[in-house]
Ligand binder design. Structure first.
Ligand code: SF4
Length: 358
């Protein structure tokens, strides 16, 4: 006999709520609004795993909060570590769904590659996550929860300062929850991370870029990978809905601050999109766009339909872009032997790094 599935908990998770909603809930319990500020401090800077941890709240209030709301705390079920110190954190969520984050050490800080969905509906042909299909969107608490847990796993010498939304899922397919989570990550009430060091990566959902730009000042990366429609539509089905010209028009309209640029990620697939003509097409496509390019040699995963590019082709591709006046940086895979999720996830995760230097 199979075990009946656990009933979903009807109580709202406090980290799924906006600060105003937390305040409304606290006031509905007969408390003054300043108590909500105390609760918010515990939720984010205090990283409370349960209501008991909120030690400067009266016991009665903690009890009532527990009755009407809940808190999710993500504990990794498994941690895989590669030789370069990259850690892959596997979480089992309360409905049994699994997600991953990847924690990447740099010289003086850590970068976390964050997931936004369980699986993904976009079906990019080079991506391992795509083979899972789409299961569900992550709640804001499950998104910010990955950050809170990762912060407990690094030391002061190398704090967690950089986030890249390049884990499982297409963040813009979960835009409402993403924006609430980003509010907790960047906001005054929350973790107050730097907007320049938090990067949202999308395959190019052109119809949602305007709402993203209105909703958050975080940095933007686009997983471009192919500079012509015929080939991009074969490798990235999203291109059948939003062609390269539609995508470019929405990027030109994106509300970028004067000193910022869009990062274009370009995964080099051996013999597929790594030819000199592709580099020249890329230069032509980027004309007029404030952008920089991250080149990422493909790192084949089990069952991958593509191979790694040859080193000489990678270098030649980069040279053509630079000669065409594009900023083109070469990114190498991190966490290779722990199969860090989305095919190129750990390497793509480094895409945000140079945002800092601008
Ligand atoms: S590359 Fe990103 S958007 Fe494309 S299938 Fe993989 S997770 Fe989804």
């Amino acid at each position: 006999m199979s075990t009946p599935a656990a009933k979903p908990d009807p109580r709202p998770d406090l980290r799924d709520l906006t600060p105003q909603q937390v305040q409304d809930l606290v006031v509905s319990l007969g408390e003054k609004p300043f108590r909500a500020r105390q609760v918010l401090r515990w939720l984010y800077k205090g990283a409370a795993g349960d209501f008991e941890a909120m030690s400067d709240l009266a016991k009665g209030l903690r009890q009532r909060l527990h009755e009407v709301s809940r808190l999710t705390w993500l504990t990794p079920q498994a941690v895989g570590e590669s030789g370069d110190g990259t850690r892959k954190l596997l979480y089992a969520l309360d409905d049994g769904a699994r997600i991953e984050s990847v924690l990447i050490p740099e010289e003086d800080h850590h970068t976390l590659c964050v997931s936004s969905q369980v699986g993904c509906a976009q079906g990019c042909k080079f991506c391992k996550t795509a083979t899972l299909g789409f299961r569900r969107n992550l709640r804001p608490a499950e998104i910010v929860g990955q950050v809170l847990t990762a912060r407990t796993m690094v030391d002061e010498a190398r704090p967690l300062t950089n986030l890249v939304f390049m884990g499982m899922g297409e963040p813009l397919d979960n835009l409402d929850n993403l924006l609430i989570a980003l509010g907790h990550i960047l906001g005054e009430h929350g973790l107050q991370m730097s907007q320049r060091k938090v990067t949202i990566s999308t395959v190019g959902l052109a119809d949602k870029l305007a709402a993203l730009g209105r909703g958050t000042p975080a940095a933007l990366a686009v997983s471009l990978n192919v500079p012509n429609d015929a080939l991009r539509s074969r490798i990235m089905p999203v291109n059948r809905r939003f062609s390269l010209s539609t995508l470019k028009a929405s990027l030109l309209a994106y509300p970028l601050k004067p000193t910022r640029r869009v990062t274009l990620e370009y995964v080099l697939l051996g013999g597929v999109n790594d030819r000199p003509e592709h580099a020249r097409e890329l230069i032509a496509w980027t004309r007029g766009l404030k952008c920089k390019v991250n080149l990422i040699p493909f790192n084949p995963h089990d069952g991958a339909a593509f191979t790694a590019p040859r080193e000489e082709d990678v270098l030649a591709f980069q040279e053509i872009l630079i000669a065409g006046n594009l900023t083109a940086l070469l990114r190498r895979s991190r966490g290779r032997e722990i199969g860090a999720a989305c095919g190129q996830l750990a390497a793509r995760a480094m895409a945000a790094e140079e945002e800092e230097g601008e």
